[in-house]
Ligand binder design. Sequence first.
Ligand code: ADP
Ligand code: MG
Length: 293
Amino acid sequence: AIPLVVAINTSLAARNGILVRDRIAMEQARELDAIIFDKTGTLTQGEHGVVNMATIGGVDEAEALGLAAAVEGDSEHMIARAIREAADERGVETPDATGFEAMKGRGVSATVDGQEIFVGGPNLLDHLDSDVPADLASFADEAGENAQTVVYLVREGELVAAFAMADVIREESYRVVDALHDLDIEVAMLTGDSEDVANAVADELGIDTVFAEVLPEDKDTKVQELQDQGKLVAMVGDGVNDAPALTRADVGIAIGSGTDVAVQSADVILVQNNPMDVVRLVKLSKASYRKMQ
Ligand code: ADP
Ligand code: MG
């Protein structure tokens, strides 16, 4: 028989914007050893703005921004939106692009004026076997120290520009980490973003474990890595990219206006986009368990 108390608390949960798709997982939440958070849009606001840019080899800034905006024309990614907005704000004309291709967790590519253009982060450079040129190294370092995400523009095989984008840590995230530590739960962060940005955010928040520059298809292996240490693990995320990790986790938690895929992969859905609800969920699970004994 389904314990009555769990049923009661499921509706209590629902009233708090916590929708339980899998009761067993909700029960397991009381015993969690570690919770992994997606960084962008979960611990941070995920609303990037371009704060700085640099070009090399005498490439015109407006031209570089226009090319980047053209290649990002078809992308839903927050980085793409930021680049298009920056081009708009500076009144830069965006040329036509064809043959858009999204490279999950890396960036995008398209053809502009017969030139092959890529825009993306460190994972893209790895993929293209490209390095950050010496002239841009200090730009990238400085951005990293300031927890800014850097994406690069590669034209016809040559890295010609870099854009630094700032995201903002959510106010609630500080309290979430503290509250989970009070509950003896390890707090981890998982992101496709660079080591620099990830470490800056983790240091600021006091996060215990950091997985950075993780490709979407590898996110679930990081969940497994903690599980292999004998830990009961929850994953909190919102994106399509997070779905395999949500499935792999003992407790998969979709947050906010999560994509359909994330929601379908989750055991629990947090309707409000508030990471503090993760703490409420754990506490509710602990309270239910006590009553059942
Ligand atoms: P997260 O783990 O933060 O959700 P993603 O997996 O979506 O990140 O992306 C990881 C990285 O891939 C980004 O930090 C960026 O470097 C690069 N990237 C992804 N999509 C784009 C895009 N449309 N334009 C530029 N870079 C991108
Ligand atoms: Mg994400």
